[in-house]
Write a protein that binds this ligand. Sequence first.
Ligand SMILES: [Zn+2]
Length: 195
Amino acid sequence: MAVYNTPTYISGRSLFGPYLDDRVCCVALLMTLAQVKQSPNDLYFVFTTQEEVGLRGAMTAAYALDPDYAVVADVTDADDLPGEGHTGTARLGGGAAIKVMDSSVICHPRMVETLRDLARAEKLRWQMDVMEDGGTDGGVIHKTRAGVCTGGVSVPCRYIHSPQESVALSDVEDCAALLTAFAQKELPPLRQERV
Ligand SMILES: [Zn+2]
């Protein structure tokens, strides 16, 4: 096994380091856990394994939990540098990126609308996220059993999978706040619709 042995550090309001994908979203989930006061929903926080090699942990976790809704927390490509191929829409510091689609999932419009409405109501910075290349655990979760209503909240990240990935701390905070708002929102069960 080999790993990048580069330092992780904060400069201004930016965080640099290897493996922010997807450790930074573990942090966002921990922040969410700390911020959720009460929820009418059954909540499960899953820290999946082996996303990068075939969404394996998400596949078994989603099967076991059989959720009505799923929100995937991952990084998304901050495609905001000059000269890039521009295959995505997110930019660093633009706020929580609400996934519309990537190469693995087209998110349910209800989830996109719900997350967008919550971001507006909470006065968070947010942006729509379309990513042509790459995917997340949502790729298998939305196809689990009879289907799971799946959305995504992403932290924009530059230089993904390099020894020096970079994210804006404000985006992490916005993602945690949006995940908190979603966790606290009463959502109708979908079992009957699925039958
Ligand atoms: Zn990755």
